[in-house]
Design a protein around this ligand. Structure first.
Ligand SMILES: Cc1ncc(COP(=O)(O)O)c(C=O)c1O
Length: 386
């Protein structure tokens, strides 16, 4: 028996190819969610499948006390794409990548004569489901009394200006998602972020970007901080990095941990990091060939057309790259559209109270976008939507 912690729908899949999934009755579904931004190369990507299979026949795992060559290669690849040197720690999930960032921040704060220990975040953020990352998540509904007491000195504020106004000698770090993914698709203001980065640098406070959802080319560049023109002290990754193989990473400009401060049994093993290298090589090609930018334009145009055709339903399109949202006029339609889209065999996601979320595979084809669009048109014409 499974724990009842997910609100599972009455649907499951047996196989996938590209942006298409097939259910147990062989019905095809267009996947505009890619497992919440995980399957960045779509399903059953030939090269990724071959790479994983080859690695499985060679070596899956050794302890992190031994050298793991693909781990070194992947960290080098990430630094090349970041265009700056970073020290990388590999974990298994986004929450773990953020836990690593939190520990780095606390250890960094401990190096000051007067200890810095506060970590700030922004309202409507989401940083994970461990006790610490839940507390850092800037939404009260994620801090129920059921799990109290929470660790101390995590605070969230309503705006970047409020964060800046509350910084003190006790603040060790600020973590933000540059495009908020769970609390409505919300790209933060570029000028605000540049101001925050500057103030944090002056005050010797770490600037951490949680790029678990918005990183790994999701918004059009390797990391969203490149679009914002900032260079964070720490960047966290997960989701799209393994293309479906569980993996997280935390990249830090400073090598803060000493031997024994942190670790993971599985983190960065041969299977995950070999998959990660393949994913980054393929995504880099998509970017360099101009295909990623083309796909972004096509996807945006498809969503714009929906906003134009259904002014009764939508306020606007929001988002960056292939992390997109459609804000609804009536929040009551959120669940209805999600379910009706599924019935019409196009898979979308929800975000916040009133936003349809789209995180398609980054290599989705024109044909797949068109097919999904037709199914969304049918969904949105439904008379029950008001
Ligand atoms: C921005 C962000 N941070 C952290 C997490 C947590 O990642 P994971 O579910 O892999 O622990 C998520 C997951 O949705 C996320 O979107």
């Amino acid at each position: 028996m499974l724990m009842q912690n997910y609100a599972r729908v009455n649907l499951g899949f047996k196989k996938g190819k590209g942006a298409v999934l097939w259910d147990f009755d062989d019905k095809d579904y267009i996947d505009f969610g890619s497992g919440i931004g995980v399957c960045s190369l779509g399903h059953s990507h030939k090269k990724l499948a071959k790479t994983i299979s080859k690695q499985a026949h060679t070596l899956l795992h050794t302890s992190n006390i031994y050298q793991i060559k693909p781990q070194e290669k992947l960290s080098d690849k990430m630094c090349e794409l970041l265009r700056e040197p970073y020290y990388v720690f590999f974990a298994n999930s986004g929450a773990e990548a953020n836990e690593c960032a939190i520990k780095l921040a606390r250890k960094y704060g401990n190096s000051f004569k007067e200890k810095k220990y506060e970590i700030f975040s922004l309202a409507n953020s989401f940083h994970g489901r461990t006790i610490a990352t839940l507390k850092l998540t800037g939404q009260e509904k994620f801090h129920p009394n059921d799990f109290a007491p929470y660790p101390e000195a995590f605070k969230f504020f309503g705006s970047i200006d409020e964060i800046i106004a509350n910084l003190s000698d006790k603040t060790a770090a600020v973590m933000v998602e540059l495009v908020q993914g769970e609390g409505g698709i919300n790209p933060l203001d570029k000028a605000d972020i540049q101001k925050l980065a500057k103030v944090l640098k002056e005050k010797k406070i770490l600037f951490i970007t949680d790029e678990v959802q918005c990183g790994v080319y999701r918004t059009g560049e390797f990391v969203t901080s490149q679009i914002y023109g900032v260079s964070p002290d720490i960047i966290t990754f997960a989701k799209g990095l393994g293309g479906g193989v569980a993996m997280g990473a935390c990249a830090s400009k400073e090598d803060i941990f000493k031997f024994g401060d942190h670790g993971s049994t599985f983190g960065g093993n041969f299977l995950a990091t070999t998959a990660g290298i393949c994913v980054l090589d393929e995504l880099e090609k998509l970017k360099v060939d101009g295909k990623l930018d083309e796909t972004i334009s096509e996807f945006e145009a498809m969503l714009d057309s929906l906003v134009e055709r259904f002014p009764n339903l939508f306020v606007k399109r929001v988002g960056l790259g292939l992390m997109q949202g459609l804000v609804l006029k009536n929040p009551e339609n959120l669940g209805k559209i999600f379910t009706k889209a599924m019935e019409n065999r196009v898979l979308i996601l929800k975000s916040g109270k009133d936003t349809l979320r789209f995180l398609p595979p980054l290599n989705i084809t024109k044909k797949e976008i068109k097919k999904g669009y037709k199914r969304l048109l049918k969904t949105l014409k439904d008379k029950e939507l008001a």
